[in-house]
Ligand binder design. Structure first.
Ligand code: BGC
Ligand code: NOJ
Length: 811
């Protein structure tokens, strides 16, 4: 069963049935102003921070699902309907939602009238544009009434939900002509207000929710819409809204366009007022003026499309496989940009009030977007590193509005520092900009503690070796990448957070094999960076530590058929055949294999064969096996999830690409590709009903083989899965890797691929790289012909402003 299709030409996913198995959403905005929008126009907007600057209310986990958004109602005397089907849910004669790159078009048709709304946030402006096109398709004149609807959030999304004793008395609005202004708390400590405008005269309005909806009505049948007339209500306290009312008549074939603008404005302290109690509207007037005609809006829409064409032109492929092409050329890159913008803050699973920007999350997200916007990546690296502590440990998260470390969660996640090496090196390899290493970067946001970014990398490296446990392996701290393997936590209290509770700190012995592998991978990268920088002493020092770690893994981290996962607080093995449950875990197989620890002795192959045997399923690779069936206090949150879900033997998509990459290290392209297809959304179209979440983006988790419904996806959009899969398929399967001195070609592919082309922009030059596989092999020796000349090795050198035509032959 399908609910829509990919329109690759338009770079859109087209939904034809509004009743998708879960709301299928999209994101608008690329700079400071963002919106979430579902296929029935549900969702909300915010400025920079979904918690502190939320424009509209959204009720998560509502009944019915996804009730609340920017809604339009049409009352034509015969029926009441909404172009996006919801909230009215009147059956439409036609419905279509096109989710595109930073825009969504929703179209409904009923009783000879069609209404199409294009939603987008123009580049560089703090406004959501809603361009509505109404058309009378019949042969009779048609009169109808149009109502818009938007409920204001009182800015702080968390407080908005829980401090009703205050909030129901604070709401303030202003109305002028066709614009409704939301100015709650503007007269005291806020310097910002929002507005909802339409570029035409109106016949009425409502600004008080209860007057519009009716206290005992629902959004599907607001009193005002049903009665067919606005009540011109003024909100004082209670719940302020913005609704325009307009009577419209269209002749046969006539079309009318309206531009609705939902905007956000900040005023300087001394310029807040036009007169006592009346907002200074200079800036909102300017914003309105900027987008008040169809021509201006269409122009802004074109600019947005050009922006995306440019971003996507950096990496694109020509390949026979349409599904792979649409993932690599469009959707995977798009999702990477969204994860960069949102981190793990606001989706239909992340409520926008909890988590800030994760230290490890943001560094990993970076590998998915650094080629598109390297200058933004640079800033992100510096922001992240600024929250590190002088001893190398890190705040686990920081708030996007303040860029300060989040005290509520603190630090102590011992994998965090290593990811900074990944982020920084990825940036340098892409951009060639070594100057970032000389930037003075604060510790704990304190400029007086600043050292160079290179120092931050050294201190990150040292943080691991300064925190080794009794087996010479890295201490895990609160947790490593797996936030739910809480080996020092021991919680009996359901009101405690597994992430922040650390009962057994003194003498803690829990050690992580995942961090060990991570350390070897990025320790080697650090060594290589030091070589490039000519820091010979540091090369030797770091090499020694990496070699020691490898040895420790071989001695203490090998279980016979696979790598152990950890040692727990008591020094017992985690992820061993000795255990009854959780015998094998994916993370250490991925990292120790990517690190090629014991490659010569066959450990990597054995480890990956064990993954195949014990963790692989038709829907992807599960995190651990057997799943935990009871709470193990010494393991923590992992054992709280029902079997097959989330970190307890779910298919945690984020770490599947680690195994794909590891497979390419031993030349098994067929296997890497098979794993890729299992979780790559474009390949799951035929099981959409089961998969549930959007078919155009990755989700964090797919229910594992032990779950009640294996194959069901959850937590779509905001996951490191996006970046890692893009990285795995482009760098390791298709095999195009940016390196310090050029682009490296090192494919590992399914043997039935004969030829494909990767188009790459890299440091100001254009590359067209065609990979030929005449002998139908998975991996082999690569011979390069660059602009007709054979070169030695697999590194294409670069000079700025060139065009390179490369033929890479695998033999
Ligand atoms: C989730 C993890 C997440 C952690 C921190 C846990 O409940 O299962 O995936 O990283 O919370 O927010
Ligand atoms: C989601 C978190 O954002 C991430 O930091 C963590 O690594 C994974 N869950 C796995 O627990």
């Amino acid at each position: 069963m399908k609910y829509g299709f990919f329109d690759d030409e338009a770079k859109e996913y087209v939904i034809q049935d509004p009743k998708t198995p879960f709301p299928w959403i999209n994101y608008l905005g690329n700079d400071d102003f963002f919106s979430l929008i579902s296929n029935t126009a549900g969702g909300y907007s915010f400025y920079k921070d979904a918690k502190f600057r939320r424009l509209n209310r959204y009720r998560y986990n509502n009944v019915p699902m996804d009730n609340g958004g920017r809604y339009f109602y049409i009352n034509d005397g015969e029926s009441i309907w909404s172009p996006g089907w919801k909230p009215v849910k009147t059956a439409l004669e036609e419905y279509e939602c096109r989710h595109g790159l930073s825009y969504t078009k929703i179209k409904g048709k009923k009783n000879n009238l069609s209404a199409e709304v294009t939603f987008f946030v123009p580049l560089g402006s703090w406004v959501e544009i809603q361009k509505m096109v109404l058309k009378n398709n019949g042969d009779q004149a048609k009169s109808f009434k149009l109502f818009s609807y938007n409920e204001w959030c009182l800015w702080n999304a968390e407080d908005d939900q829980n401090n009703l004793q205050r909030n129901l008395s604070t709401g303030e609005i202003e109305i002028k002509d066709s614009t409704i202004y939301h100015k709650t708390e503007y007269k005291e400590r806020r310097n910002h207000f929002a507005f909802y405008h339409v570029n035409d005269s109106i016949d009425g309005y409502d600004t008080d929710r209860e007057s519009f909806v009716g206290l005992y009505n629902e959004l599907s049948s607001p009193e005002v819409v049903v009665s067919g007339e606005a009540s011109n209500s003024e909100a004082h306290g209670w719940s302020p809204i913005a609704s325009h009312y307009k009577e419209i008549t269209l002749q046969p074939g006539e079309q009318k366009e309206l531009i609705f603008l939902l905007g956000y404005v900040e005023n300087e302290e001394d310029k807040k007022w036009e007169s006592k109690g009346v907002i200074n509207k200079e800036k909102s007037d300017q914003l309105i003026e900027k987008f008040n005609t169809v021509e201006k809006v269409d122009q802004a829409f074109k600019e947005l499309a050009a922006y995306w064409d440019n971003l996507l032109s950096v990496i694109s492929i020509d390949h026979d496989d349409d599904k792979l092409s649409r993932m690599v050329n469009i959707w995977n890159q798009y999702q990477c940009m969204v994860t960069f913008n949102m981190s793990r803050s606001a989706s239909f699973f992340e409520v926008g009030i909890g988590r800030g920007m994760g230290f490890r999350d943001s560094n990993q997200d970076l590998i998915g977007f650094v080629h598109q916007v390297p200058e933004k990546a640079r800033q992100r690296i510096i922001d992240i590193a600024s929250t590190q502590f002088p001893d190398g440990s890190c705040y686990h998260q920081y708030q996007p509005l303040t860029k300060r470390g989040n005290d509520a969660i603190g630090g102590g996640f011992n994998d965090d520092p290593m990811w900074l090496i990944l982020g920084t090196i990825s940036y340098i390899k892409e951009s060639g900009d070594f100057t970032i290493l000389d930037e003075m970067v604060p510790f704990d946001n304190d400029p007086s503690l600043a050292q160079t970014l290179f120092d931050h990398l050294r201190i990150s490296f040292d943080h691991v070796i300064n925190n080794l446990g009794p087996n010479g392996l890295p201490l895990i701290g609160r947790a490593d990448w797996n936030d739910c393997l809480n080996l020092n936590c021991f919680s009996n209290d359901p009101n405690e957070s597994f992430q922040t509770t650390e009962n057994n700190t003194e003498g803690s012995k829990a050690e992580s094999l995942m961090i060990a592998g991570l350390f070897v991978v990025y320790g080697n990268d650090y060594v290589e960076l030091c070589e490039v920088l000519g820091k010979e002493e540091e090369v030797e020092r770091a090499k020694g530590h990496v070699a020691k770690m490898k040895e420790a893994v071989k001695q203490k981290g090998w279980d016979g058929e696979w790598f152990l996962r950890a040692y727990d607080f008591y020094g017992n093995k985690v992820g061993s055949d000795e255990n009854e449950e959780g015998k094998i875990f994916i993370e250490s197989q991925g990292w120790c294999s990517m690190a090629e620890i014991g490659l010569e002795e066959g450990l990597v192959k054995k480890s990956l064969d064990s993954v195949k045997e014990r963790l692989d399923t038709p829907y992807g690779i599960v995190l651990n096996n057997p799943a935990f069936t009871e709470y193990k206090i010494e393991y923590g949150e992992i054992s709280t999830y029902p079997k097959g879900y989330k970190e307890n033997a779910g298919i945690f998509c984020h770490n599947n690409p680690w195994i794909m990459i590891a497979e390419t290290k031993i030349g098994r392209g067929n296997q890497a590709w098979d794993y890729y297809k299992k979780i790559s959304p474009a390949y799951l179209e035929d099981i959409q009903k089961l998969h549930k979440v959007e078919p155009y983006v990755y989700c964090q988790m797919i229910a594992g083989k032990d779950a009640y419904i294996p194959g069901e996806g959850k937590n779509s959009w905001l996951s490191g899965t996006a970046a890692w899969n893009f990285y795995a398929v482009v760098h390791y399967i298709l095999g195009i890797q940016p390196d310090y001195y050029g682009l490296r070609v090192d494919p590992c592919i399914p043997s039935d691929w004969k030829e494909y082309t990767v188009n790459r922009k890299f440091r100001g030059s254009d590359y067209e790289i065609t990979i030929k596989n005449p002998n139908q092999i998975e991996k082999g020796h690569v011979t390069l012909s660059v602009n007709g000349e054979e070169i030695v090795g697999n590194l294409i050198p670069f000079k700025q402003g060139r065009k390179y035509k490369v033929i890479a032959t695998i033999s």
